[in-house]
Write a protein that binds this ligand. Sequence first.
Ligand code: NAI
Length: 476
Amino acid sequence: MAKHYDIFIIGGGPGGYTAAFKAAGLGLKTAIAEKEKLGGTCVNKGCIPTKALLHASSMFAAFQSCDVFGVSADFISFDFKKMQDYKKRSVKEYRKEVRESIENAGVDYIEGTATIRRGRTVEVNSPSGKDYYEADHIIIATGAKPVIPDIPGAMLLGVLTSDRLLASDTWNYDRLTIIGGGVIGVEFATIFQALCSHVTIIESREHLLGPMDNEVSEVLENELRRKGIAVQCEAKVLEIREEEQGLICVYEADGEVRTIRSGQILLAAGRKPNLDGLFGRDVSLAMEDGCLKTDSEFRTSEPGIYAIGDVTAGKMLAHVAAAEGTYVVEKIAGVHHTIRLSVVPNGMFVELPVVPGCIYTEPEIASVGITVEEAKAHNMKVRCGRYSMSGNGKSIITREQSGFIHLIFEEYSGTIVGAQIVCPRATDMISEMATAIANGLTADQLMLAMRAHPTYSEGITAAIENYYEAKGDERL
Ligand code: NAI
């Protein structure tokens, strides 16, 4: 007879393992199935390994320009294999943490490939055979995989996805072309530029980081160019071919056909839901634009089956998947929600997303809530507080002065509705703004808090002061 669970989760990434951990904590009998390694894209092929390489490469870059701080480091070099080994150790350590947390919580971890059958039955295939499980609720958290764009030559040997690049140990990146100037593209460009590669980004849209605020993309583009990365926007890649000197990427830009030669080409043209083999022939779930269709409670078209994270149409971010997992489990368990994905502040009619978006470039980029353009689209009157980090004490000390802070407040109430931060540690600083938006805080309330000196966070106080100035407030 099939073993029965309250919740059966398919996919062991941040969405799946967070849901499993929460479900077991709420006393629900829980299992999680994973066909590869526990931790999913984030732990094994995404956030953790890329940020480890970013850390190592930025350390190398820092030593190369440390003379300004009075530090000499004449013989700096790096060993790519050792860097990859350090990255692998970080990944392994984190994966162990995840495994221990779910096992200590009492979750059954099932290694194998799960297929959903009729009547909320799950078939799991593993080298040891086939097993069947039944569940009251199934949560699909199978994530996404890289899109291979339809470009002749995209399958050539030196043309890699981020998954393959992260797995490579040997250095062949003196010249790297990146197709796609989204988040993955700019983060890998940052890593390899720091390691002295000649990097070119080819992007089809007008700007890098398409959905971001234009000012943010412009600052990043300028900063990447200043560091020597070639950025070609509004370009159409025509083909990739292999020649004796390396890979040749042929593209059209500014009305002419151009070529660029490199040792490797990274495809960073987006990701798509991972649904391979997930449904048996007797099960069919509604889809929308290639993603699993869900309602606002993450229910699919099949009763008792939910979908969270990258497999749905939402933002492809680890913390979003984890928050959605928590939300679904709390809903199933019938307990009070401990997390909010969006808020409607008092007296407003606009729903604000409380999802921090973080890009680990140099400087870092982080945003939460809505932009000025989005506020306009909602007919919301807003006023901004702006501050350029060039005058911030900590930025002067670290010689990283190119960033800025934009805070967006609703005109009448002074409630914060959005923030964009570009500076070192922006990815940590954005949490204060996410907390403020989630709790409907106003400029006055944000001003009550003291921010330590010297810190990058003092820029937040300065941006609020600029908001008062713009408002003509006599408190200044
Ligand atoms: P993306 O959707 O962010 O960017 C892909 C870019 O490639 C777009 O700008 C698109 O216009 C461009 N593109 C597509 N086809 C092209 C072609 N043939 N030629 C030139 N340009 C082309 O996707 P990306 O960067 O692959 O990231 C995938 C997902 O992973 C994203 O949703 C992202 O949010 C997430 N992610 C998040 C990270 C973070 O939070 N720090 C880090 C890495 C990924």
